[in-house]
Design a protein around this ligand. Structure first.
Ligand SMILES: C[S@@+](CC[C@H](N)C(=O)[O-])C[C@H]1O[C@@H](n2cnc3c(N)ncnc32)[C@H](O)[C@@H]1O
Length: 322
């Protein structure tokens, strides 16, 4: 059986018998006025971060969510979109789609603003999305793509890119791991399906988004996720896994590569009112400007004594220019 089939079986079981500890995370569950998240959706929260950012959701976007789980994030997206078919959920596991559909009936009872027709569920595979080209404003996936091996990951990202409109956003949360993992871990299909042994370094993850064509990439959050320790897992060293929230925007690709925002800022503290690098960045005296990694590198290479450039915080939430 291929690892993709093992994954389907595992999530069939997780649909039939909710498993609260499956992908638990320190990310708090978003709560908004008038939004009640049914307990069953919380128990079936199999994500490792959040893909719901109100800032992405202005102007009635058409939202696609791949890998529906218990439906919690689809409900959160529907809270913002509130239109028939505004949120399309795709999943390859029938039992998961059925469980989510049932959970939306519970959500309807607990939320007077919610109508089940706000969400439309479709059977389909992340590798061949049943969705038209350039029809989606915001595409999201949470804790699914890390399971894919490199070829499938590339294919899944290409599919998301294909269905997004120009300037559309791909919002994702996934585990990442900067340490090498041994082959026993990598080839353990069950650990991979459990989102424990498929994760790749953040730099590689970002590189694949760029390769697919996303011109802007934002690292919005990075948090501790899991430790694979000897005695518990087939490893001789302790492996630290983090979870990230990333937004990739289908902007045109700049000539010098993507603008990757990792939470860096520059502050000019010289004698003048501002500093202009003549490449589109004007830094007002003693005011922070969020910058992408390319700009951070270019400003640092000027060797100026009146420019402060911060390290990556991996906490970027908009603002700035590249
Ligand atoms: C780790 S769970 C995440 C669920 C949900 N995103 C959440 O945050 O709770 C992975 C989800 O992807 C679905 N899935 C697995 N393989 C898939 C594939 N090839 N295409 C689409 N969905 C898939 C599973 O059924 C499950 O709903």
């Amino acid at each position: 059986m291929s690892y993709l089939e093992v994954t389907k079986d595992l999530y069939k079981d997780a649909a039939l018998t909710p498993n609260e500890g499956l992908c638990c995370t320190t990310t708090p569950i978003w709560r908004f006025p008038g939004l009640n998240i049914p307990l069953i959706m919380q128990q079936m929260n199999y994500g490792c971060g959040s893909t719901v950012h109100p800032r992405d959701l202005v102007n009635n976007p058409k939202i696609l969510y791949v890998g529906v789980g218990g439906g919690m994030e689809l409900l959160q997206f529907a809270y913002f979109s509130r239109q028939e078919g505004g949120v399309v959920g795709v999943d390859v596991v029938d039992e998961m789609l059925e469980a989510a559909q049932q959970n939306f009936l519970v959500a309807e009872k607990e939320n007077d603003w919610f109508r089940p027709e706000f969400v439309s569920l479709k059977k389909g595979d992340a590798l061949h999305l049943p969705v038209e080209d350039q029809s989606i404003d915001v595409a999201a996936q949470n804790c699914l793509f890390n399971i894919f091996k490199q070829d499938e990951l590339r294919q899944a990202l290409r599919e998301m890119y294909r269905v997004l409109k120009p300037y559309g956003r791909l919002v994702m949360s996934d585990p990442v791991c900067d340490q090498p993992m041994n082959d026993v871990l990598r080839n353990d299909e069950r650990l991979r399906a459990l989102c424990l042994s498929g994760s790749i370094p953040l730099e590689e993850y970002v590189g694949m988004l760029a390769e697919v064509g996303f011109g802007t990439i934002e690292i919005r959050a990075k948090r501790p996720y899991r430790v694979l320790a000897p005695g518990h897992y087939p490893t001789e060293e302790i492996i630290f896994i983090e979870s990230v929230e990333v937004c990739a925007i289908k902007d045109p690709m700049p000539m010098d590569g993507p603008c990757v925002f990792t939470g860096r800022s520059a502050i000019y503290f010289g004698e003048n009112e501002w500093f202009d690098d003549e490449k589109g960045h004007v830094l007002m005296q003693n005011q922070p400007l969020a910058i992408c990694d390319k700009t951070a590198k270019a400003l640092a290479s000027l060797g100026r004594k009146d420019l402060f450039i911060s390290e990556s915080t991996y906490h970027y939430d908009g603002g700035g220019c590249c």
